[in-house]
Ligand binder design. Structure first.
Ligand code: ADP
Length: 262
């Protein structure tokens, strides 16, 4: 438990540092981006090679800004809106993205229960959680395999809650994203939620995906379990506290008062 506490502290100080750097970097990138855009307007008649140079400045400033945004998102924890999210809608969107953009060598197996309970938080954030997990699953299967996405309502009982510090007794939805990819040895598994930890090539991974995932899930009041076997695959199971009662579509956009949870 003590080492868990030390780890949490270490992650927090890395977070504070990263947030400071990200904030300063943002102040540097914003004028670069604006200036490059102004220059493009002012010199819209220059030859193509020079236009390309302006574009390079602009697109890289944009990439930097996107990275900064991701860091701030992670370190500030999850702000986002707090609305009632109908999770079933989200999955049809994700399924479509996967079907249209993932390599054909990856087979998609879904088992989304039709009447999932609603959860409370920011739908865009939850979308990002699932996309991050799904993209990691894709990257773990360069030679193809099966991506399974499933979701169900579960009720966490006292026995389970006693064994898992993050769990409370009550209704949850459980979202499982599993792949039949390369899997991870424990040395890697132990570090995957650390900000900037990545085994991917430079330019392919930022190492911020899973730390963001964890931050968002925390914001929902939930938790995530991972199991992995080298050469066999990996399974992420996300648990989010649910609103058990049936929710009418009209209340979908209902803004809840902030301040619940935490
Ligand atoms: P990134 O994807 O940018 O590397 P993440 O935080 O999303 O950052 O993931 C960190 C690391 O965790 C990855 O580089 C990879 O080594 C490992 N990882 C994450 N998901 C999986 C998976 N489904 N299978 C195998 N390894 C994974």
């Amino acid at each position: 438990l003590e080492s868990q506490f030390l780890r949490a502290q270490r992650l927090e100080s890395v977070g504070t540092l990263a947030s400071g750097i990200a904030h300063d970097l943002n102040n540097i990138l914003t004028p670069i981006l604006t200036a490059s855009q102004l220059l493009q307007l002012k010199y819209s008649n220059v030859d193509e090679r020079n236009q390309q140079l302006f574009k390079t400045i602009e697109s890289n400033a944009k990439r930097g800004a996107a990275l900064v945004k991701q860091v701030l998102h992670f370190t500030r924890g999850v702000e986002g809106k707090r609305t009632i999210v109908q999770v079933n809608h989200l999955f049809s969107e994700i399924q479509q993205i996967v079907e249209e953009t993932f390599p054909k060598s990856i087979e998609l197996a879904t088992n989304i229960k039709p009447d999932l309970w609603a959860v409370i938080g920011d739908a865009t954030n939850l979308h990002q959680v699932i996309m991050n997990l799904v993209v990691n699953a894709r990257d773990a299967m360069p030679n193809g395999g099966t991506l399974s996405i499933s979701a169900e309502n579960i009720f966490i009982d006292q026995q389970y809650a006693r064994m898992n510090l993050d769990a409370c007794v009550g209704p949850y939805i459980a979202i499982t994203i599993a792949d039949t990819g390369m899997g991870m040895p424990t040395e890697i598994l132990d570090r995957i939620f650390e900000p900037f930890f990545t085994t991917k090539e430079i330019g392919k991974g930022t190492g911020l995906g899973l730390s963001t995932v964890r931050g968002i899930i925390k914001g929902f009041g939930g938790f995530v379990n991972v199991s992995s076997q080298v050469g066999k695959g990996t399974e992420f199971k996300v648990f989010l506290p649910a609103v058990e009662a049936a929710v009418t579509p009209l209340s979908e956009d209902l803004e809840l008062l902030k301040g619940n949870g935490e």
